[in-house]
Ligand binder design. Structure first.
Ligand SMILES: NC(=O)c1ccc[n+]([C@@H]2O[C@H](COP(=O)([O-])OP(=O)(O)OC[C@H]3O[C@@H](n4cnc5c(N)ncnc54)[C@H](O)[C@@H]3O)[C@@H](O)[C@H]2O)c1
Length: 337
């Protein structure tokens, strides 16, 4: 996987950064909203390139939409040498990558993430996905993009809510390994810098490069995710992934503290960084009630759960461990308290 990261404060000419593609047959799947927003800047790049405008919603991250993309590929004579380029947030890059990985058993794939979350997480590490049967990311493949182009210019149009989703993942990885990111975030004025993006990507890559298929080291990145999936399912996805993970990391810290795996000072340090970035800490009574009633079933549905739940817990401030837990009640009790 190759990364191209533009420096944050430089004047960026979109086209200059994009035209370095080899002159091959290329096809673009782009978030419809990004296309509208950046049309004039992308015009030259998209000129003479078949461009599929994708409505980036969770409801649209489905097999039926992938079939539409396959039809678009066929219409535009995509073959295994063609470069499929996904431009958008995680929904768009997940769907694009899934379609590219399965069409003719795999085409070339390049991604241009446009959200903070996409830049440090969704476009990195090769997981592709669609939602199926009411379960998020139920179907997918492992298929790393050959190139990920990060142009921080896109972040200027990102809403505060979407920026927050990125911060959640960024804070999460800063707590898993100490590569200096936590300290930068502690002293930062809640501004995304290229240094922050680079360091967050470094931690993600560190965990994925030797464990593409998520059977070992990579599982540490699921910190907070068991709790988060529970919240997302119980809320019928009205709680965004980022919000759910923010609460999930706090719950993982609470759980670790209860099990005497971290000290009160370490728990405080974890909560303080999430407080600084004003990230959510609680769920509504309605969601708590749903978790109380349907929690066990929802945990069992979690695609990563076998008989036991794999819970990522803190063993220290920059040290996490994957534990297999068969006592769902402990998780549910912690969620509804
Ligand atoms: N593959 C992975 O490893 C991985 C990791 C994390 C998340 N994900 C997936 O990513 C998805 C969430 O992705 P996301 O939060 O990056 O964004 P998104 O694709 O959900 O987009 C969120 C919204 O922001 C808009 N948007 C995108 N870029 C913008 C920009 N530059 N300016 C203004 N608006 C913009 C989109 O049109 C959309 O309305 C989820 O489906 C999740 O499952 C995948």
């Amino acid at each position: 996987m190759k990364f191209v990261l533009n420096k944050f404060d430089t004047e960026i000419n979109f086209i200059d950064k994009f035209v370095d593609f080899p002159p091959v047959h290329k096809i673009v799947i782009i978030d419809k909203y990004i296309h509208k927003l950046y049309k004039s800047k992308l015009d030259l790049f998209l000129k003479d390139t078949p461009t599929y405008l994708f409505e980036a919603t969770e409801a649209n991250k489905i097999l039926a939409e992938v079939e539409n993309i396959y039809s678009f590929f066929i219409k535009n004579k995509v073959n295994r040498e063609s470069v499929v380029i996904g431009i958008g947030g995680g929904i768009t890059t997940d769907v694009t990558a899934f379609a590219a990985s399965t069409f003719k058993r795999g085409c070339r794939l390049q991604l241009i993430p446009t959200t903070f979350l996409g830049m440090i997480d969704a476009a990195i590490g090769g997981k592709t996905a669609v939602n199926f049967n009411g379960i998020k990311n139920n179907i997918g493949t492992f298929y790393p993009a050959e190139k990920v182009i990060i142009n921080t210019e896109f972040l200027k149009s990102l809403s505060d809510i979407e920026l927050k989703n990125g911060w959640v993942e960024c804070l999460k990885v800063s707590l898993i390994v100490d590569n200096g990111l936590y300290e930068i975030l502690k002293n930062n004025n809640i501004i995304v810098t290229s240094e922050i993006i680079e360091k967050a990507i470094q931690i993600k890559v560190m965990h994925c490069e030797n464990d593409l298929h998520d059977s070992g080291e990579r599982q540490k990145l699921n910190l907070g995710h068991t709790f988060a999936h529970l919240i997302e399912s119980a809320s019928d996805y009205s709680v965004k992934h980022g919000e759910a993970v923010a609460i999930g990391v706090r719950k993982a810290a609470d759980y670790s503290h209860k099990e005497k795996m971290i000290t009160s000072d370490e728990l405080k340090a974890i909560n303080e960084i999430y407080d600084k970035y004003k990230l959510p800490k609680t769920i509504s009574h309605e969601i708590k009630n749903k978790i109380n009633v349907k929690g066990k079933k929802l945990i069992q549905q979690d695609k990563k759960a076998g008989k036991k739940v794999k819970l990522v817990l803190f063993r220290g401030l920059f040290d996490v461990v994957v534990k297999e837990i068969d006592d769902y009640k402990k998780i549910i009790d912690l969620m509804i308290q």
